[in-house]
Design a protein around this ligand. Structure first.
Ligand code: ADP
Length: 368
């Protein structure tokens, strides 16, 4: 065990206290570690400060033999296990019972601190090992996902070559290729070694988010193709409004795409057959707004305040609809990082409405 600065400071303070109250002139605190069933002692603190008290260390016959006039060695015991040793020396007089008791109290405090430190270090080591295992698992998973993904791209490319450009299925194949490319970008991002532990990882998108002027219609168009295909297979209707007025917002295109994909995915997922999913672009004097609305199951009022928390699924945690409770938290985080807001309105049984509001991009100044 490598003792922490806190434990060392505590041991030092206890020795100082014993010097002041009992007149101890020389003392030391050791931590014990069991090596091949024999305790090995390492000096934790010494009094006077900085002066090694090794001469007080127990020798072959153990520490108990050291207790004699003016000198005491008190084992630090926790749960009947030896975790260290307190040694205190004073030449001029023997210890009274009260003083022995006081040494005992100091030893108990130190034993507790040593035991807590051990437990803490053990937990940290176990946590680090779990983290390493998780990272290894993810690295392997990311790696193994590459091959099927490459196969999907290859099949889609072959298919595209076989289709005439005017074929009604051509946009679907383009959609497959775009999504496969998106997945590949995420995998590359996921394979980068990261300093942050997974728990703090909010999204696989780059942490430093560059925002540029983004033409909302250009960004939304490919998403709509995917959404169109999705609503068709689910028996829903897609409605789109506001595409006639250009809206240019200040955003990170990759992040905004991820946000809208999450919202569209939820709208489709939580809307029963026959319902409608709607995407609406609009502006205020300062912001561009993209609203994703649906006529689905809606969200109970009590779930709304926690909706953007990671892993929160509210009422849907009890439903058959699969989910992780991560999509909205990631979307909310990304929108905030872009300097915008994500808001929600919903009524159970009638539907939900999520609005992404982002600052309008500054107008380009034309030369001359
Ligand atoms: P997931 O959908 O994987 O559970 P999300 O973070 O995307 O996770 O959403 C969190 C929760 O918010 C969902 O579990 C659901 O309860 C609710 N929710 C999100 N979008 C909708 C929606 N369009 N309609 C109804 N409920 C929704």
């Amino acid at each position: 065990m490598v003792p922490s600065l806190d434990l060392t400071a505590l041991a030092q303070a206890q020795l100082q206290l014993l010097a002041e109250t009992l007149g101890v002139v020389s003392g030391a605190v050791y931590v014990a570690e069991s090596l091949e069933d024999r305790p090995q002692f390492t000096e934790l603190a010494a009094y006077p400060h900085g002066e090694s008290a090794l001469r007080l260390l127990p020798t072959g016959d153990g520490w108990s033999g050291l207790v004699r006039a003016g000198r005491a060695a008190v084992p630090l015991l926790y749960d009947r296990e030896l975790v260290g040793l307190l040694v205190a020396g004073r030449e001029d007089r023997d210890w009274t019972d009260r003083e022995r008791q006081q040494l005992q109290y100091a030893a108990e405090t130190l034993a507790l601190a040593c035991a807590l430190e051990r437990r803490c270090q053990w937990l940290e080591a176990a946590q680090a090992a779990t983290l390493r295992r998780e990272q290894e698992f993810l690295a392997t998973l990311f790696h193994q996902l590459r091959n099927p993904l490459t196969a999907i791209r290859t099949f889609a490319q072959l298919l595209r070559r076989r289709l005439r450009p005017e074929d009604a299925n051509a946009p679907l194949v383009t959609g497959i290729l775009q999504e496969a490319k998106h997945l590949q970008e995420l995998l590359i991002e996921g394979e980068q070694p990261r300093l942050l532990p997974p728990a703090e990882m909010r999204s696989l998108l780059p942490a430093a988010m560059d925002c540029t002027p983004v033409e909302a219609i250009a960004l939304v168009a490919p998403l709509l193709e995917h959404a169109q295909a999705r609503v068709q297979t689910l028996g829903l209707t897609l409605e789109v409004y506001g595409l006639e007025v250009p809206v240019t917002v200040q955003a990170n295109p990759q992040a905004l795409r991820e946000v809208l994909e999450n919202l569209m995915d939820n709208a489709c997922k939580y809307t029963p057959v026959g319902g409608t999913v709607c995407l609406h672009l609009s502006t205020t004097p300062t912001h561009g707004q993209i609203t994703v609305a649906d006529t689905g199951v809606g969200i109970p009022a009590e779930d709304l305040p926690r909706l953007f928390e990671r892993r929160f699924r509210g009422r849907q945690a009890q439903s058959d609809i699969a989910g992780t409770g991560l999509g909205l938290a990631i979307a909310h985080d990304l929108v905030q990082q872009m300097g915008g807001t994500l808001t929600v309105e919903s009524t159970v049984g009638r539907g939900s409405r999520f609005t992404v509001s982002l600052p309008l991009a500054p107008r380009l100044q034309l030369p001359g």
